[in-house]
Design a protein around this ligand. Structure first.
Ligand SMILES: *[C@@H]1O[C@H](CO)[C@@H](O)[C@H](O)[C@H]1NC(C)=O
Length: 436
């Protein structure tokens, strides 16, 4: 991974060797040097076999020459390249100018609300943009945007990320220091029936925005949404950023993994530093109605049957929105000279049965009706290893599933009944029936 650092430690060993040789004069010393040469060559030989790991005193520095891995810092341990030359990510403070895409969405609006509620280091400018498409109820997106305007004075501009001339006009006005790109076509099941919308939103529009951002004279710090879905059918649990991604499960996850690769390409060509965040089943107040917490609650309330896939053998690492927002805000100040990725999860998977019981209990409504079904699109278990985010961002998820569901339900019940049902509608609902 860090080839340059690896080469330099190899070179240091050679330098040490030649210094020793030059100092050798007497036969006695020569014999000692000979032994030393044999020893050093032996050690190098073993290192070249690639199976020896040398721990230094600090316990952090590790060399493994065979795989060209040299951990010279906590960042490098995770495959990230430390920012050189005093290069830091711009701080999120009174001088920061932040662009949030997907701002009328669940995570985007929650991030803006959190930035707006700051008493210290409130950014100078926070502007949102959103296409307000009808994948799910536009009325819910409008309600989120209205709340941002009312409570924080923040605007959500109605526009498509793909519209480069409009993005350019926004940049001309605000010269953003941070771009948090959360707009995307979400949903695993919807990607089975509507593949091309993922190609458009998650590939075309991502390249359009990245290409603009990367060519700026002063590049903004770029943070974007990836997904736990990138892990696909990986068997090793919990999922770690160090795991190879080689078992795609559906087009949604594939499009998000492509986004990470594209960010890597833009680092290679344009030196753009970026942070991709692999979100794990985010839920909470204002949550998306196509996701299980809202969807199931609304179905239980209306006495509708809930379809559970994989015959109920499903585990999800439900992560509360406040914890996710904490992770995003920290990643907005994280500097690595590469395209970094982080898991943001709760690291405590919950079985679907237990989750449904918790929802039912908090709702205090009718008994849950469940229909079990097989599926090959849903993955059986998501479980985040969050040690990278913990070590490098100081990320610390704090919300238990019980506390999170309680908080969601308090918000849900505070909405008028007609709205709760209205928001549960949208294009995503028709997706399941139209099989080809
Ligand atoms: C971008 O947005 C502007 C203003 O709404 C519109 O006139 C233009 O047609 C859009 N361009 C594209 C490529 O959609």
């Amino acid at each position: 991974m860090n080839r340059a650092a690896s080469n330099s430690s190899f070179k240091k060993s050679l330098d040490a060797l030649s210094v020793q040789s030059a100092a050798a004069e007497s036969p006695f010393e020569r014999r000692r040097v000979g032994k030393l040469v044999v020893l050093v060559l032996g050690v190098l030989g073993v290192l070249l076999l690639g199976r020896v790991v040398v721990y230094s005193e600090g316990g952090i520095q590790v060399s493994q020459l065979g795989d060209a891995v040299v951990w010279s810092s906590a960042q490098a341990k995770w495959g990230d390249v430390p920012c050189g030359g005093g290069d830091a990510a711009p701080p999120v403070d009174g001088a920061a100018r932040v662009l949030v895409t997907g701002a009328a969405g669940f995570i985007g609006s929650s991030l803006m609300a959190s930035l707006g509620a700051r008493t210290a280091n409130r950014p100078h400018t926070v502007v949102g943009l959103d296409s307000f498409n009808d994948y799910y109820a536009v009325s819910m997106k409008r309600a989120r945007a209205e709340r941002l305007k009312r409570d924080f004075g923040y605007d959500v501009v109605a526009m498509d990320v793909c519209n480069a001339s409009m993005v350019e006009a926004l940049f001309a006005k605000h010269a953003f220091t941070h771009v948090v790109h959360l707009a995307a076509q979400a949903g695993v099941r919807y990607s089975i029936t509507h593949p091309m919308t993922y190609v458009h939103n998650n590939l075309e529009c991502v390249v359009s925005l990245l290409d603009f951002v990367a060519r700026r004279e002063v590049q903004p710090h770029y943070v974007y949404a990836s997904s736990s879905s990138v892990y696909g059918l990986n068997k090793k649990i919990p999922f770690s950023e160090l795991d190879p991604i080689t078992h795609p499960a559906n087009l949604y996850g594939t499009s998000k993994f492509a986004d990470e690769q594209i960010a890597g390409a833009y680092h290679n060509i344009h030196g753009l530093k970026s942070v991709g965040l692999r979100f794990f089943t985010v839920y909470g107040p204002w949550g998306r109605p196509d996701m299980s917490v809202y969807l199931f609650t609304n179905k239980i309330e209306n006495g509708e049957t809930i379809t559970v896939f994989n015959h109920g053998d499903m585990w999800r690492d439900f992560t509360f929105i406040d914890d996710i927002v904490q992770g995003i805000e920290r990643s907005m100040e994280y500097c690595a000279d590469n395209a970094a990725v982080f898991n943001l999860g709760n690291s405590k998977p919950v079985k679907l049965d237990y989750f449904l019981k918790t929802l039912e209990g908090e709702l205090g409504g009718p008994k849950t009706k469940i229909h079990y079904e097989k599926s090959n699109a849903e993955i059986k278990e998501t479980y985040a290893d969050v040690s990278k985010a913990h070590e490098l961002l100081g990320y610390e998820p704090k919300t238990s599933i019980e506390a999170g569901v309680k908080s969601f339900m308090a918000w849900y019940k505070a909405q008028p009944l007609a709205l709760r049902n209205d928001w549960a509608g949208g294009r995503f609902k028709g997706g399941r029936k139209r099989r080809r």
